[in-house]
Write a protein of this length. Structure first.
Length: 469
């Protein structure tokens, strides 16, 4: 609705004499102060239809041999993947190896190559003709910038005179950026930023269209409004704004003017964190009570930040109910929460991304361990709705364990309620590939490819599992 402004030659003329001129303004904010900060972001729009992770696949179905002493491309095992944001690339490759020609022993090397750089070289000894074996490589790159990347598998003969090679190979490449669904509907507009009063004549008025404001000096404002003699601007904080209807004017303070105009004093976040609405309270070490309507604000995979007992805590959201958030990360403590924030950004300021887990206890399906393995590190990270877990352990000098190794974590440590997932394992000491799988919540099993013990005494073993929540 347009606004009519009457212009008088003096304040004493208001309501007594006819105005000198009348102006119709279709959108204008008159005040004293620079442009306010951008308003807080409105609530998120409705979720888009679920999409797919960026992925690509390559397969070798006919045997290929190698005699090169340096890594060369495996025919047919090259593909590309395009990242829409800065994330990591995961490469999952499994293969069957065999001596292709000759009867003497040889060793074959296999490696992943991303944009010309080789990673995770794997070696396998072949004893002679008809000797076969299987292997696997799981590689997770460092964070890469958005763009298109070429991923290859390469091989070489590292020793011997026979021709080692690959009978069959499968390679799955994934961008760990979360599924790209269809765009959701737009969120509502954020509230206006605050306006701070000043007393100088260089920032007397703001002009704008649909809340996009531009600061104008007093002289520029006169020109825009067609005024030759504008009244003086009051400089005290008790008369910052005048509001009126039909020439009945009322003086308002800056605070009163903010309320009338719906100006919000909250500043928009520039570090990836959005202030939480309402009060968050402690429910348990992994749950937070929040105001009703949480499902319209928070999503699985969002990140949180809060302060409890002067300690800043971080976590991922893994379950959203109407008034309860279940989180995984730093353990919550039973104190008053302050400084509560959430983030939908991939890397908000200060967020650690990876969280440590307490080491598991170990059992076996065969002979029991004489001495428990040593847990070196167990960590997890969440990207969107996908959990990435990695762990390492070292078997004892007198291990004694045989069969499938079983790692049992404290209930609730692994994020999400998952009853089946598969991954990989690797005996780093002996260069032996294996597999890992989860068949019971909080329990991970690792073994060699034939479901026998992956490691004997004093062996370093790493194992990884990725799954959706």
């Amino acid at each position: 609705m347009p606004t009519v402004i009457n212009v008088y030659d003096t304040v004493a003329s208001i309501g007594v004499n006819d105005p000198e001129a009348s102006l119709t303004i279709y959108e204008m904010f008159i005040g004293v102060g620079p442009t306010g900060a951008t308003g807080a972001t409105g609530p998120a729009g409705a979720s888009g239809v679920a999409g797919k992770l960026p992925n690509s696949y390559a397969e070798l179905s006919s045997p290929e041999g190698v005699t090169s002493a340096t890594l060369v491309d495996i025919p047919g095992m090259s593909t590309t993947i395009t990242l829409e944001e800065a994330v990591e690339i995961a490469v999952l490759c499994s293969f069957e190896l065999q001596t292709q020609d000759g009867s003497s022993a040889s060793t074959i090397g296999i490696a992943v190559n991303i944009n010309g750089t080789d990673y995770d070289s794997y070696s396998r000894y072949l004893s002679g003709s008809n000797d076969t074996g299987i292997g696997a490589i799981t590689h997770r790159s460092s964070e890469l910038a958005p763009g298109t990347y070429t991923v290859k598998m390469r091989f070489q003969r590292t020793s011997g005179v026979s021709t080692p090679g690959v009978n069959h190979m499968d390679m799955l490449v994934m961008g760990l950026q979360g599924a790209q669904g269809a765009d959701g509907t737009d969120g509502i507009d954020g509230t206006n930023g605050t306006v701070t009063a000043v007393t100088d004549a260089t920032s007397d008025m703001l002009f704008g269209v649909t809340n996009v404001w531009t600061k104008k000096t007093l002289a520029e404002s006169k020109t825009i409004l067609g005024i030759t003699n504008a009244p003086n601007v009051a400089t005290d904080a008790t008369s910052d704004m005048m509001f009126g209807v039909a020439n009945a004017w009322a003086k308002k303070t800056l605070a009163e003017g903010k309320t009338l105009l719906g100006v919000d004093v909250l500043q928009a976040s520039v570090n990836g964190w959005t202030p939480a609405t309402g009060t968050w309270t402690y429910a348990s070490a992994t749950t937070i009570t929040v105001p009703s309507g949480a499902a319209a604000i928070y999503s699985v995979g969002d990140k949180i930040k809060l302060t409890a007992n002067s300690v800043v805590l971080y976590a991922y959201i893994v379950t959203v109910a109407d008034t309860l958030l279940t989180v995984a990360g730093n353990a919550l403590t039973n104190h008053t929460f302050s400084g509560c924030y959430y983030s939908k950004a991939s890397s908000p300021l200060g967020f650690p991304q990876w969280f440590d887990l307490t080491g598991p206890t170990w059992t076996t399906t065969g002979t029991a361990f004489t001495n428990q393995p040593t847990n070196n590190a167990q960590k997890f990270s969440i990207v969107g709705r996908q959990v990435f877990f990695t762990g390492t352990m070292t078997t004892h000098a007198t291990s004694g364990g045989t069969g499938v190794f079983i790692a049992t974590f404290t209930a609730g440590q692994l994020p999400g309620l998952v009853t089946y997932a598969s991954g990989s394992a690797y005996n780093i000491t002996d260069g032996m590939a294996g597999l890992s799988f989860l068949t019971v919540t909080d329990t991970i099993r690792i073994a060699k490819y034939d479901y026998t013990a992956i490691a004997g005494n004093s062996k370093l073993v790493t194992y990884q599992i990725n799954y959706l929540i």
